[in-house]
Design a binder for this molecule. Structure first.
Ligand SMILES: Nc1nc2c(ncn2[C@@H]2O[C@H](COP(=O)(O)OP(=O)(O)O)[C@@H](O)[C@H]2O)c(=O)[nH]1
Ligand SMILES: [Mg+2]
Length: 292
């Protein structure tokens, strides 16, 4: 039975946009949000350039959430778990991920995948943003993953992807998100907690594959960010990704989580579609004066 049989031919789509100081990039990003998107969830990491006000002006019915501690990973877990549609797509707000491609991610889910992850290494995909170190690091990390998880992926740490919302809820992202309550917020821009940094894509993709779900790769072209600079440090964040790969493959927590439900249980949950989404009110906007 395909996902079209289960959920009909017109799924609802939420788009999650993590943002830290991207006010100048937002008009171009929002202009490309396709009409298939029914809900936009904007997770702000304490921007001090007016990003939230710009986002609200561009799309008045946007859902704006905040985060108590820094990190793209924390932002994505908050946003993905708040999605109320049957499909949720995540993309960046620096103009690097092209929202014109969004429907091809949705199509891959309708064709039977549980996760559609973007790849810059299958034609007509590509990247204008690969430095030598990023290219080499990504190449090595993909090979580690393919070896340990028996996958045949061509890309790893790329933040454009689409999930069935129940898949997001089944892979334990709530636990990752809630670790934020242990942190003393506001001390540095560097996320301290597992899953809260740029390793989040690796965590989600490896976990989805390890849990037995079907993962498809969708060719995607990564553009250069238009304004501002990257928040990623290739060496520091590359090491976090490497640690994450081993953690997801060998840790007892990962094994326990996999044992908790079977794939059949999780597919039944998709049919029931009865999960109650996290209330956005739980993640109010951070105090703009706090030095997140
Ligand atoms: N909410 C939130 N978004 C973030 C944070 N760090 C980065 N982002 C966003 O995540 C996306 C990717 O970050 P970027 O710095 O471009 O990393 P790169 O694409 O790997 O160079 C961008 O849209 C950023 O605005 C954060 O701590 N919180
Ligand atoms: Mg970027």
């Amino acid at each position: 039975m395909s996902n079209v049989d289960i959920l009909g031919s017109r799924p609802t789509v939420s788009l999650v946009l993590p943002c830290f100081n991207e006010a100048k990039n937002l008009p171009a990003v929002f202009a490309k949000i396709p009409s298939i998107v029914t809900e936009v969830i904007f997770v702000d990491g304490g921007s001090h350039d007016g990003s939230v006000e710009v986002a609200r002006a561009l799309r008045p019915n946007i859902v704006v959430l905040g985060q108590e501690a820094p990190g793209k990973g924390l932002a994505l877990t908050i946003g993905l778990l708040a999605a109320t549609s049957s499909i949720v797509v995540m993309a960046d707000t620096d103009c690097s991920t092209d929202l014109d491609e969004l429907e091809s991610f949705v199509a891959a889910l309708m064709d039977g995948a549980d996760l559609a992850k973007g790849t810059r290494h299958l034609p007509p995909g590509g990247s204008d943003d690969f430095t030598r170190i990023r290219l080499l690091g990504n190449w090595i990390l993909v090979r580690f993953v393919n070896l340990l998880f028996k996958t045949r992926w061509t890309d790893l740490a790329y933040g454009y992807a689409a999930f069935w919302t129940d898949t997001v809820r089944a892979i334990g992202l709530g636990e990752i998100r809630d670790l934020q309550h242990e942190v003393n917020a506001g001390t540095s821009r560097r996320p301290q907690i597992y899953g809260h940094g740029f390793e989040i894509e690796t965590l989600m993709f490896c976990r989805t594959a390890h849990f037995g779900y079907t993962v498809a790769e969708v060719p995607s072209h990564e553009h250069l960010r238009v304004h501002g600079g990257s928040n990623l440090n290739a060496l520091r964040d590359g090491l976090r990704v490497l640690h994450c790969i081993f953690q997801e493959r060998f840790s007892r927590t990962a094994a326990r989580m996999r044992a908790t439900t079977t794939l059949a249980d999780r597919m039944a949950a998709r049919v029931a579609q009865s999960s109650v989404p996290t209330s956005p009110a739980e993640y109010p906007m951070a105090d703009p004066s706090s030095p997140v």
